[in-house]
Design a protein around this ligand. Sequence first.
Ligand SMILES: [Zn+2]
Length: 119
Amino acid sequence: MAPFCPNCRSEYEQEVERCSECDSPLVEQLAPENPDAEPRIPLVEVYEASGDREALVIKGLLESEGIMCSLSSDVPHSVIPVNIDGLGTVRITVSQRDADRAKEIISVYRMENGAGEEL
Ligand SMILES: [Zn+2]
């Protein structure tokens, strides 16, 4: 087992005893950061919708393909599905393993809906 620095989490060769970065004594094994937490899947932002309405359409689209996504908005009351188009952008994030597929679905959606027709 190669030793690790408990401070900066660098991995070292077997014979090294102190971290060259921060001079901490190395340990055999790093303590898990969150032993009780579920393994966290990194989230990736795949699209920035121009409002809740578009975001909800895309959310529905992704979910119908089996991709879970979450919406986050700069507008604090976005839980209420009122029409706030133009008031703020809504970021759509999916887990990293779904990101490529989600982007594909969104780009198909945008093509079918004539995105690019900038007003
Ligand atoms: Zn260190």
